[in-house]
Design a protein around this ligand. Sequence first.
Ligand code: AMP
Length: 559
Amino acid sequence: MLYSSLVEIYEKMEATTKKLEKRDILAAFFKNAKGSLYKAVHLSMGIVPTGEAEIGVAQKMMIRVICQTYGIEEGSIMKKFKDLGDLGSVAEYFAEHRRQKSFSKKELTIDMVFDNIRLLPKIEGKGSVEKKISLVSELLSSASPKESLYIVRTVLSNMRIGVAHGVVRDAIAFAFNKDPKEVEHAWHLTSDFGRVAEMAKEGDLRAHVQLFRPMNVMLAERAPNLEEALRTFENPAVEVKLDGFRAIIHKKGGRIKIFSRRLEDVTVQFPDLLSWAKDCLRAEECIVEGEVLAVDPKTRQPRPFQHLSRRIQRKYEIEKMVKEIPIRIDLFELVHLDGSDYMKEPLRRRWSELKKIVQEKPGHFQLIDHIETKDLKEAEKFYRHALAIGEEGVVIKNLDAHYQPGRRVGFWLKVKPIMEPLDLVVVGAEWSEGKRAKTLGSLILAARDGKKFLETGRMASGLIEKKSKENPDLPTLEELTKILKPLVIEEQGKIVKIKPQVVVEVGYEEIQKSPKYPTGYALRFPRLLRMRIDEKKPEDANTVKDIEKLFSQQKRFKR
Ligand code: AMP
């Protein structure tokens, strides 16, 4: 198939903004593509898939390609580049005004363009720049002005004509008489429209997840709160939501690969995870998923995400990084096991099979915290604990649902505090009971309203008996009592009134309207994040107006 026929498509696509027209143009082209369908689909999107490798031709190198192909000085090219703003158009211009007509002109085919570009990332080592330049130049020498424009843009991965995902999906469906939903599903499993088009043409879109090919993973939707999330499913599981990096591990015999949620191969960055997967996955062949976290080397408890991101990005001195930034993985999914696709199985089955094949290595390679309950109290306790140990929240999962790759279909619901923390003033407290009777327990919090402080809730979460390793700045109940006792101005039974002086940073899940408090609002699941005694005065605390504003933002934010 001639490359010029693809150029016609580009021109037609550029000439219309209507999605349906774009779909019809592409569909007709795909139908005609015959043996080059795979390449035609990719090139129509301005892409040549090169796996993890990059094409490796940047603007500077492309300028040298243009110099060499048309025998033009760099200065003139730069001048044109300034005028036109795009190297594709520069190549088009010089192709039109070519001094020497090319004698070796052969008609370019889609295969030739695709194959030459696909070779580029494979060229490495000495003389690689020259080799790359001549490979692209070879294409340009045979190209018409318009062809040059699109070849340059494709090599630079900057096509400038937007061919949206949905248009390609619908064009494949339309060309081969398939349901766009099926096409979309197959894309999630393969993340490759070229292959999907071939499958659609052959009439079988029943894509399966494939070992060692990345897939789009299942995603979670946001739930407004725990109660509603639990109510959504007949049989819910509650899992801790960890703030880490999703890893998808593919294993067959001794071969293992690790992919990210963005379909990148990250095997090289995680030799530790690779070796645990070898030892701890008791299956000949499987695909499992989990959340990778950076951890403290001694306690194996999570450290903030920024540590982990250094690990993900680093591609050299890996062994040093493994020592500096130890990790652990908490596994939560199984989508393939010993030749069987588990995506159609309910979560209940996937989780039970996962448990069977994972030989845990605590603190390194382990199963995620998972309970199965519909009881709000039990789930709340689990949720509070997750927040107290610094995790993001929980994910409520439907135990009866299958695995839906790449979509937020509502089989998983995430519940996490969505709001930015508030700085509130402690205006009261309550003496504890029993053994802890000498310490103040829950705190009464207030927001500022002009010069007054209006109560807006009580907080007991985050008030701890013993020093926390994860958050050593958090005071113990005893320390808190020492700070607050001198400020007590009145006592009524177990309740004390406190002079408004101490500001605390409070996290919570959501703001609710409440007639119980003079601000008219209450916080759901408030918890102490830190003391702000040295940084903030009561007059710096958040106001009732701030709470009102956050409340209305939150309503818009909920999905
Ligand atoms: P979000 O990025 O907020 O949509 O949340 C989805 C991400 O949470 C997933 O891609 C995972 O990386 C992460 N995650 C953490 N814990 C879990 C869990 N228990 N189940 C599923 N995903 C989890």
